[in-house]
Ligand binder design. Structure first.
Ligand code: PEP
Ligand code: MG
Length: 585
């Protein structure tokens, strides 16, 4: 039994065998397997060697045709090694004697062999060392492909353990078999974490040594509340977790009752509680959780969950379907927020040095006008089916907003010329995610109908902390006084300019921030759907005066630690079950 501490990003508990995906750099950890699995590892090794031989035969033929017999001879050495019974036998023996994976045994035996060659007196032998590395890589690639292919074809429930998963990989996981996610890297507001929450798969990220310490057949507990990963739990721990799962289920039943009740404070103030949505399949769920509408529709998932980029018709159909499903409730559609950790198939290769500071989001759209105009046409056409608002992400200066609005205007004119129906009076807003825009919020009020504070990015840019980097996760906090002050200023600017202000960063769904956000004057919050009932429970238990007192108090603190401790205490007073030490939300 071993426990790894990571970052809890998606609540729930999973207890399942692990499927470990290998990192692409072929770092091969020493993973033990049960003795009963040894024949399977032998078979995997033989299969991968067989496939490698076929590759090399083909390569040899091709090189012989193109470059001649002499050059092709090099592959005879490769083939000879892969047919060398003594060498292959050594790898088989290593698997059996040490009870390790085929990958590890292969890497160990071949790397030892390559080292011997490297140190050899004879130059001919020394040159052979790089051929051995080459062969090792080729066979490993086949072994690793095997384990990657496995997740698409799993016939049993499993916890996926990976160095990292992209948001699109996470989006394509099959919920019926994948019961938990563990990654070595990532942070609470990384998009992979957000997708795991949307899919309601318990997840722990930033569990730095997970892929090194977990083997594919281990039983793993993923505790998505406390951020723990328990490898091969002992019977007492399993019992404890079974009790805990029951508590969570009981809490879910209580919360389901709350979902149907209105989000009104004790002194009668109505709060609008909305959902952040990535996939249309979530919409039924948000209605059941008692959401008033969709406060953030992340359109980039139209691009991330498809093999190819969707055309106007596909985008229009998906958006119109979402609008029809919510049946008259307002949908705030955010325009494409691609880039940084959210890549399309076409743009995945265009690596940037600082992707979060690069050509992402609205900047990417403004540099890809044809794609952007098609996207805006699809949104506007969908607006004929119900009330929507259009929101532009990552606006960092006024010119950018004006340019964006002009493009929207052009697209509207085209639609009018073509007599295509859309809502001419659709409300236009921006996300406040960049400190420059937060600071200048007073100026922006004259040009938009609404603001939505995107704290996931606002925190990262204000504090200079990568939201997806587990090594600096301790510095990433919405409770930092600088962040709180920016939020306060934006809300005040909105009030003065008669511009509606809401919040859609993950902060909105974290129970400890509900009181200060209301106290600062927000009356509209948008969050991941599972968070709605607990936030509603807090709202129903407080008065605005209580919340204003809390907001005033935290404004006086100069450290994040003081703010967090105080908010925990205050939240525990109104909702003890949220802070029973495990945050059962
Ligand atoms: C945000 O930055 O707060 C936000 C909601 O946008 P995203 O998480 O999609 O970047
Ligand atoms: Mg953002």
């Amino acid at each position: 039994m071993e426990i790894i501490k990571g970052i809890a990003v998606s609540p729930g508990v999973a207890i399942c065998p692990a499927v470990v995906l290998d990192a692409e750099d072929y770092h091969v950890p020493r993973r033990l397997v049960p003795h009963s699995d040894v024949p399977h590892q032998h078979a995997r090794l033989d299969e991968a060697i067989g496939r490698s031989r076929i590759d090399i035969e083909q390569l040899r033929e091709q090189v012989e045709n193109d470059l001649g017999h002499e050059t092709a001879l090099i592959f005879s050495f490769h083939l000879g090694l892969l047919k060398d019974d003594a060498l292959i036998g050594q790898i088989h023996d290593h698997i059996a004697e040490e009870a390790v994976t085929a990958e590890y045994a292969l890497a160990k035996v071949l790397r030892d062999f390559a080292k011997l060659m490297t140190n050899h007196q004879n130059a001919v032998f020394r040159e052979r060392a790089s051929d051995i590395w080459d062969i090792e890589k080729r066979v490993l690639r086949h072994l690793i492909e095997d384990s990657v292919a496995d997740i698409d074809d799993l016939h049993h429930e499993a916890v996926i353990v990976a160095h990292d998963l992209t948001p699109s990989q996470t989006a394509s996981l099959d919920k019926s078999t994948i019961k938990g996610i563990v990654t070595d890297v990532g942070g609470r507001t990384s998009h992979t974490a957000i997708v795991a929450r949307a899919l309601r798969i318990p997840a722990v990220v930033g569990a730095e040594s997970a892929t090194k310490n977990i083997s594919s057949s281990d039983t793993v507990v993923v505790d998505g509340h406390r951020g723990l990963v328990i490898i091969n739990p002992d019977p007492e721990q399993l019992e404890e977790y079974k009790d805990y799962v029951q508590q969570i289920q009981a809490r879910a039943v209580d919360l389901a009752d709350i979902a149907t009740q209105p989000a009104i404070t004790k002194d009668g103030i109505k709060i609008s509680l909305n959902a952040n949505v990535e996939f249309n399949s979530e919409i039924q769920d948000i209605l059941e959780n008692g959401a008033d509408g969709i406060g953030l529709y992340r359109t980039e998932y139209l691009f991330l969950s498809n093999e190819s980029e969707p055309d106007e018709e596909e985008q229009f159909n998906t958006l119109a379907d979402a609008i029809k499903q919510v049946d008259g409730k307002i949908v705030t559609i955010r325009t494409l927020d691609l880039g940084a950790d959210k890549f399309t198939q076409r743009h995945a290769e265009l690596k940037e040095r600082n992707p979060f500071l690069g050509c992402r989001s609205i900047r990417f759209c403004l540099q890809n006008l044809s794609l952007f105009k098609t996207h805006l046409r699809a949104i506007l056409r969908a607006s004929a089916f119900g009330p929507i608002r259009i929101m532009f992400p990552l606006i960092s200066n006024m010119l950018e907003l004006r340019q964006t609005r002009m493009i929207l205007h052009d697209v509207m004119e085209d639609l009018e010329d073509q007599n295509i129906p859309f809502d001419r009076n659709v409300q236009i807003g921006i996300m406040i995610e960049v400190p420059s825009t937060a600071i200048m919020a007073r100026t922006f009020v004259t040009e938009v109908d609404f603001f939505s504070i995107g704290t996931n990015d606002l925190v990262q840019y204000t504090l200079a902390v990568d939201r997806a980097n587990e090594h600096v996760a301790n510095l990433y906090s919405p409770a930092n006084p600088a962040v709180l002050r920016l939020i306060k200023d934006v809300i005040r600017a909105g009030k003065r300019g008669a511009v509606d202000v809401s919040i859609c960063g993950e902060m909105a769904g974290e129970p400890q921030y509900a009181m200060p956000l209301l106290g600062l004057g927000l009356r509209s919050l948008s969050m991941s759907p599972p968070a709605i009932p607990a936030i509603k429970q807090i709202i129903r238990a407080v008065t605005i005066a209580d919340c204003e007192r809390v907001a005033r108090r935290i404004a006086a603190y100069d450290s994040e630690r003081q703010v967090v401790n105080y908010l925990r205490e205050e939240t525990r007073k109104v909702l003890p079950e949220v802070y029973d030490g495990r945050t059962v939300v």
